[in-house]
Design a protein around this ligand. Structure first.
Ligand code: CBF
Length: 829
């Protein structure tokens, strides 16, 4: 480097994060002028938001460059987190907090006449996920960067994220989400790393000189994968990792050779519209989505990501595969990326020409798989026929993997065809299906569930034979949430109070919250804590008013259920209880209860009829109750439209009660339960998922546990559960269910809500709503009593915040690192 370039490089390296108001003002105005081509007088809030993002992004990119250089120089081992979903939400406030410049930026903007909180509302959520699984991925990449671990998130650059929900006449209407309509200031396109991805076509078998059989896939179509990078800023801002999302683009490739050979005949494959691959996120969450396009999406992002990983590996190690598993670990976030297993085998066997055994050893030392559900309808299976059509070589590889696996099974259970049929990757039903869960277990070196109870059920019920065959492969890593977004950013008042008491480094050491325990009974602290809750409730009440027109009393208990709408999550149990309260109040106007506002936020998969009916029912019941002067001083019901990450950030700090009421054994973990408890909400919940561990942490006195346990659910079902027994013998339940059949809540339209009654009676009540109703109602009475004792409630709320340090995603990540990924930290200077 000559003197001139050295100075230039030094100058280029020296851009520093503005640390005072004057510097920030200058940076923001500079971007208004030179990035957005406007000025202080003309700029609207959107332009201010973009200019502020650009001012921050300069330093984000600086950090990214330094991080990538350091990782490259140190040839670090990295985790590659493959996930079809990343539910990132908004990034401005998070990035500012992680860089430690939130306050100074806010004050600088104020001097420019701009309110940071207003311009933050301009940022569309990056809603590239459905629910828990996608948000978990976002928390995990935050923690990986914070803890200085080399990591890359890999996923899809959906043009439209999860649909925007409108409520019309009580019903959910889906509208497209367009998060990139006016450009996304955080993402960078990397045309230099575009990948070509093959689809369809046929496989040719050749014989090499040494008699070795070689397979050559002649694809029918090739699509381009264009990478977009979203930098992920760790708290403290030293490591900036990357989330790389692939967008599909047409490549104009048409293989005449394939066409002439007759492998390009399927009508569908001819019509593949390359750009549709990354067009939309499938809005299913634990419901079935057996669509060809979804399989193509999965393969597309896995194939792009593997090529990207291998390109990077080869830059450092050439064609020497012997170090691959030392450098690369790939975490499969559920089975959605499981097709990466045969894809890596294809690359190693067909392209790199390794022996099958060697390739398999590399493969099974590269992948680890997280299971997120036990629900049969959410365990992915693909018709073999469909895989054969889209990925003909992969189906052959899957068959070969299975053939060898069946031999292993036969060694362990000689001659046992039943166990073979049960474990086989191929399900021999009417239509041959490929079980992606089995493929993931066989092709990975570690398999984890996401909460202790869930992992136990994975071992005992879902994969017991796999556990016997591969002792120690199945394990648990309890989920976690990032305390940066879910306390520091979303609840600044509580965050400051916590810092005053336990020190400002709690976002990195969440167990320090335990230091609050000693103040739990102190009058002044209780007052401060509850005043903050009250202020947050007021802010939410304002938001409710502006979104729905409903006025709520902030002295009421704010009882919140926010999550995807699914029968197993039992929003309808909550609803039946609300109807019971309504009925009790109508029958006895002096019915003794503390005023309560029940608040819901939930999206239903567009094709999930009953879930949509439950949304309709909540809105219809809400309408009746909120407008009934006989009860609306004591009872209000709110359905917040378009629930998403940024709305959760407003709701969670305001919650008094957290509803976690799934049927025991059905919710793998839950993470909303952790966020709410961290913000001082007291849980009413079943012994399901991570509720069990929350209960262990906060103690029985600080949580309201009710309902059937997993064992009780199983024995009730084994005995033969008949919901009519409850309906016929419980007058309250009978009256409520019959009410749904009238036109009381749907004037002029009797039976408008009857599908819920039907599912609970004729439908057999598969999620045991009626069986748990009485216990739930009693637990709600206990909540009501406890809330009236102000000091008692304040203590419970404080202890919830104090005792949930375990649920930081930093702990989960450290757990993955120690037991599965085996990474070293790499500090970025
Ligand atoms: O593990 C993260 C979350 O994943 C789900 O949302 C999923 O998609 N399977 C589960 O339903 C949650 O319980 C879990 O917390």
């Amino acid at each position: 480097m000559n003197a001139k370039t050295a100075t230039a490089s030094k100058q280029a390296n020296s851009s520093h994060l503005p640390t005072n108001k004057a510097e920030f003002k200058a940076a923001i105005v500079r971007h208004l002028h030179s990035t957005l081509g406007t000025d202080e007088n003309k700029a609207n809030e959107h332009a201010w938001w973009k200019a502020t993002c650009a001012a921050i992004q300069e330093h984000v990119l600086d950090g990214l460059r330094k991080t990538q250089k350091t990782h490259y120089m140190n040839d670090t081992r990295a985790v590659h987190y493959f996930s079809a979903e990343f539910l990132m939400g908004r990034l401005l406030s998070n990035n500012m907090q992680n860089f430690g410049v939130f306050e100074v930026a806010r004050d600088a903007l104020k001097e420019l006449g701009v309110e940071l909180s207003d311009i933050m509302e301009e940022e569309p959520d990056m809603a590239l996920g459905n629910g828990g699984l996608g948000r978990l991925a976002a928390c995990y990449i935050d923690s990986l960067a914070t803890l200085n671990y080399p990591a890359i998130g890999y996923g899809l650059h959906y043009e439209h994220g999860l649909f925007r929900q409108e409520i019309q006449n009580g019903a959910q209407i889906e509208r497209p989400d367009s998060w990139r309509d006016y450009g996304n200031p955080w993402e960078i396109c990397r045309p230099e790393s575009i990948q070509d991805i093959s689809l369809y076509g046929y496989v040719e078998t050749k014989y090499g000189e040494n008699g070795r059989i070689q397979k050559e896939w002649h694809p029918g179509t090739i699509v381009k994968g264009v990478p977009w990078d979203i930098p992920v800023v760790g708290y403290n801002g030293s490591t900036v990792n990357v989330l790389r999302l692939w967008q599909s683009q047409a490549s104009n490739y048409f293989n005449w050779d394939v066409f002439n050979a007759g492998g390009y005949v399927d009508a569908q494959s001819e019509n593949v519209q390359a750009e549709t691959i990354s067009k939309v996120l499938y809005p299913n969450d634990e419901t079935e989505a057996g669509k060809e396009l979804r399989l193509i999406q999965q393969y597309f992002f896995c194939a792009c990501s593997l090529k990207d990983i291998i390109r990077r590996y080869k830059r450092a190690h050439g064609d020497d595969w012997s170090r691959f598993t030392q450098q690369v670990v790939i975490q499969l976030n559920d089975t959605h990326p499981a097709i990466a297993i045969p894809e890596l085998m294809r690359i190693l066997v067909d392209r790199a020409e390794l022996d099958w055994e060697k390739a398999w050893e590399i493969c099974t030392n590269t992948f680890a798989y997280t299971n997120h559900t036990l629900l049969p309808e959410a365990l992915e299976k693909w018709p073999a026929r469909m895989i054969e059509k889209i990925l003909p070589r992969h189906l052959e590889i899957i068959y070969e993997i299975n053939h060898r696996f069946m031999k292993e099974v036969d060694k362990k259970w000689p001659g046992d065809n039943e166990v073979k049929a049960k474990l086989s990757i191929i399900e021999e039903s009417n239509e041959k299906m490929v079980r992606m869960g089995h493929l993931s277990v066989v092709g990975s070196f570690a398999v984890n569930g996401v909460a202790e109870l869930h992992s136990k059920l994975v071992k005992e019920n879902l994969f017991p034979e796999f556990d016997a065959l591969y002792p120690n492969k199945l394990t648990n890593v309890t989920n976690g949430i990032t305390p940066r977004r879910w306390l520091k950013v979303c609840n600044p008042k509580l965050s400051k109070l916590v810092s005053d008491k336990v020190g400002a480094d709690w976002p990195l050491h969440l167990s320090k919250l335990a230091g609050l325990e000693k103040f739990a009974e102190q009058k002044t602290f209780q007052k401060q804590f509850m005043q903050i809750k009250q202020a947050n409730k007021q802010a939410l009440a304002d938001e409710i008013k502006s979104l729905t027109g409903i006025v709520v009393d902030t002295n009421a208990i704010f009882d919140i259920q926010i999550k995807r709408l699914h029968e197993y999550k039992r929003q309808h149990l909550n609803l039946l209880h609300i109807m019971a309260l309504y009925r009790r109040l109508l029958e006895n106007p002096d019915y003794d209860m503390h005023p309560r506002v029940f608040i819901f936020g939930a999206k239903a998969a567009p094709g999930y009829k009953l879930a949509k009916d439950i949304i309709l029912a909540i809105n219809k019941v809400a309408d009746r109750i909120n407008n009934d002067p006989r009860v609306n001083k004591k009872l209000k019901v709110v359905f917040m439209p378009n629930y998403r990450v940024s709305q959760a950030e407003k709701m969670i700090p305001a919650a008094d009660v957290s509803e976690q009421i799934s049927t025991a054994g059905k919710e793998a973990s839950g993470t909303g339960n952790m966020k709410l408890a961290l913000n001082g909400a007291v849980t009413i919940g079943t012994l399901d998922g991570a509720n069990v561990e929350i209960a262990e942490e906060v103690g029985d006195d600080n949580i309201f546990i009710f309902g059937l346990t997993v064992d009780e659910v199983n024995s009730l079902k084994a005995k033969g559960y008949n919901p009519y027994d409850i309906y016929d013998n419980n007058t309250e339940i009978k009256a409520i269910l019959d009410w749904l059949e009238t036109d009381y809540f749907t004037p002029g339209e009797p039976g408008g809500l009857v599908s819920i009654k039907q599912s609970l009676l004729e439908g057999g009540d598969p999620y045991l709503v009626l069986a748990d109703f009485e216990a739930y109602s009693n637990a709600q009475r206990a909540v009501d009593q406890a809330y009236r004792d102000k000091a008692k409630w304040a203590k419970m709320a404080i202890l919830n915040t104090a005792k949930v340090g375990k649920f930081t995603s930093d702990r989960s990540i450290q757990d993955y690192v120690d037991r599965i990924w085996k990474l070293n930290t790499c500090k970025i200077s």
